[in-house]
Design a protein around this ligand. Structure first.
Ligand code: SF4
Length: 582
């Protein structure tokens, strides 16, 4: 018999708090925070060993914001609170429902938060969702009333008695905050930061290790929030107007897979002369199904591709020469984030050097390396469970099972914790051979500008002009600084000098005069940053406290005590950002 969906007796009168797990994150503590697992996507698993060149940036808990935007009840979002802030929030405010979103790594924090809610608000209903919902026995190991797997929007709509068929409202939010590189905090410039756009969740490709695909049904399944290009275009226009943006970070596991929708969006962009830039995730074979001309016209500016590993047998890589694909994309100004796996079944200490060399040979702009980790809910986890090779929690803490440290199972050939050594080796080799991602990114942007600056279509020309704006000033300065930084490294020095000359040739004497001035400043900040990092400095996101319209209205009735939003000073594994490329 089908289980009845739970319904809250107060419906949309219930007061709701949605929260992420508490910080600080980049430190070792008893709640499972780990210094090597900061709340920063890039520094956590992409540029982690690039020192002062590492891209530091935080991303909001978009799942909470999506939920809040689609809940009619008074709803507050608390993002990145400290433990004290969380306790204060639940002590000083009456909530009927508290929802916590988390990944499995943060299990101990969720457990603690549930205990605190029971102690301070025994009548409150606790709802837990996100990847943690796939953990075995989760309903017996934390004290929550409901564990929600998959789409939380539909679940909450039913729980509160809302109309389930209503169109999905998209939150208006920037893709990142607190960006910092070479020791410089990047200012938020209106129109330059991308907005987040979430057209779908899940991916039907169903790769055996992919937890984001597994969370939304696995192979063959996905959920479209916007089915058509017309719906998506309309949402993008609203976001464009509200946030004054012209670029979108498309948080969709495999955006280009939905071909009809993507091509209709392109039509509408052209009809309405929208010169937007899109940052997307796409699997290689799907990407190859489009012509470069289509991708450029669609505004694809940055793409995250799963390269996985040579002969890795994933259907999404069938018949694709990934090195050629990366090079071609870059020649059109499209920045590439490649994603490679360390520890596939056939990797051994003997062949790992070749595995790394293959990944590095792609010379992508950014390269993510992750351990091959079976996360609960995935086919890989089920396979290892049947084989009896998963490690127990007493052998490996859940807090250490984040893909940048240890396998959570017994690998056939890589033993004695050597996986971390190989992972770090991959990051270092990529950095040593290909240089800082900042250099690679500038190189690709310049190629795009040189190729498209005189394009006959003003929409395309305009985008490249906008995209290339920092090249003749701050980025040229950054390349100047890098030439000084690498002056004793002949290989890098030659590459950087070539790029600097190319920038001077392209942008002329003003750039040639300004680059050393801004470059000197960047070099000074870079040296300070390296010193700060050597002293153990870590970076934490500030906390956010935001109410929806119904919660604000309730506040004005004076029936509840309210605190005002508090963006505080800095303090992600982001719960919502895919842990791996498509
Ligand atoms: S790894 Fe990429 S292609 Fe594979 S299922 Fe996940 S999102 Fe899809």
């Amino acid at each position: 018999m089908q289980k009845l969906h739970p319904v809250h007796p107060m419906g949309t009168s219930a007061r709701i708090l949605l929260t992420s797990v508490f910080g600080p994150y980049a430190q070792n503590d008893e709640y499972g925070s780990r210094e090597i697992n900061p709340m920063e996507l890039y520094h956590n698993q992409v540029t982690r060993i690039q020192g002062g060149f590492s891209l530091r940036m935080f991303h909001r808990s978009f799942s909470l914001l999506m939920l809040q935007a689609n809940i009619d009840a008074p709803c507050t979002v608390l993002d990145f609170p400290s433990l004290e802030e969380f306790i204060r929030e639940i002590r000083e405010n009456e909530y009927d429902i508290i929802g916590i979103s988390s990944i499995i790594t943060n299990f101990y924090k969720v457990k603690k938060m549930c205990e605190l809610i029971r102690a301070h608000r025994p009548d409150t209903t606790i709802v837990v969702g996100g990847h943690i919902s796939n953990k075995e026995n989760i309903d017996h190991t934390i004290d929550a009333d409901h564990i929600v797997k998959g789409d939380g929007i539909q679940w909450f709509r039913r729980f509160l008695g809302q109309d389930e068929k209503k169109p999905i409202r998209h939150p208006m939010v920037y893709s990142g905050f607190g960006a910092r590189i070479t020791g410089i905090n990047l200012p938020h410039i209106k129109g330059r930061t991308a907005a987040i756009l979430i057209p779908s969740v899940g991916c039907p490709m169903g790769c055996n290790f992919c937890s984001t695909s597994a969370l939304f049904g696995g192979k063959g399944k996905f959920i479209n929030f916007y089915d058509t290009g017309d719906e998506l275009f309309s949402v993008m226009c609203q976001i464009e107007e509200k946030l004054s943006v012209r670029s979108f970070f498309v948080l969709d596991e495999n955006f280009l897979l939905h071909r009809k929708r993507a091509l209709r969006l392109l039509e509408l962009m052209e009809e309405n002369r929208k010169s937007w830039a899109l940052y997307v995730f796409s699997s290689a074979r799907i990407l190859q199904g489009y012509t470069m001309e289509q991708l450029v016209r669609m505004g694809i500016t940055w793409v995250w591709i799963g390269l996985e590993g040579e002969n890795s047998q994933y259907g999404k890589l069938d018949g694709v020469d990934t090195r050629f694909l990366v090079k071609t994309l870059q020649s059109h100004g499209i920045r590439v984030m490649g994603s490679s796996i360390i520890g596939l079944e056939k990797h051994t200490p003997k062949n790992i050097e070749n595995v790394i060399e293959y990944a590095v040979s792609h010379d992508t702009d950014f390269h993510q390396f992750m351990l091959y980790i079976p996360n609960p809910g995935t086919p890989l986890h089920e396979q290892h469970r049947k084989e009896g090779i998963l490690l127990s929690e007493s052998e490996l803490s859940l807090a250490d099972s984040h893909g940048q440290f240890r396998f959570n199972y017994r690998h056939p050939s890589i033993t004695d914790g050597r996986e971390e050594e190989f992972l770090i080796q991959a990051f270092h080799r990529d950095f040593d051979v290909n240089g800082p991602s900042l250099y690679r990114l500038i190189r690709t942007m310049l190629k795009g500008w040189q190729r498209y600056k005189d394009h006959p279509d003003p929409r395309i020309r305009d985008r490249f002009q906008w995209d290339a704006a920092p090249l003749h000033s701050s980025y040229a300065g950054a390349v100047w600084a890098m030439t000084k930084w690498y002056r004793v490294n002949t290989q890098m020095s030659e590459k950087l000098t070539l790029l600097l000359k190319d920038l001077y040739r392209t942008f002329g004497w003003k750039t040639k005069i300004l680059a050393p001035v801004t470059g000197y400043y960047i070099l000074t900040k870079l040296k300070q940053e390296e010193k700060r990092l050597a002293q153990g400095w870590t970076y934490e996101p500030g906390s956010f406290h935001e109410k929806n319209a119904a919660a604000l209205a309730l506040e004005h009735t004076g029936t509840r005590r309210i605190r005002i939003a508090i963006p505080e000073t800095p303090r992600s594994v982001p719960d919502h950002i895919p842990a791996h490329g498509s």
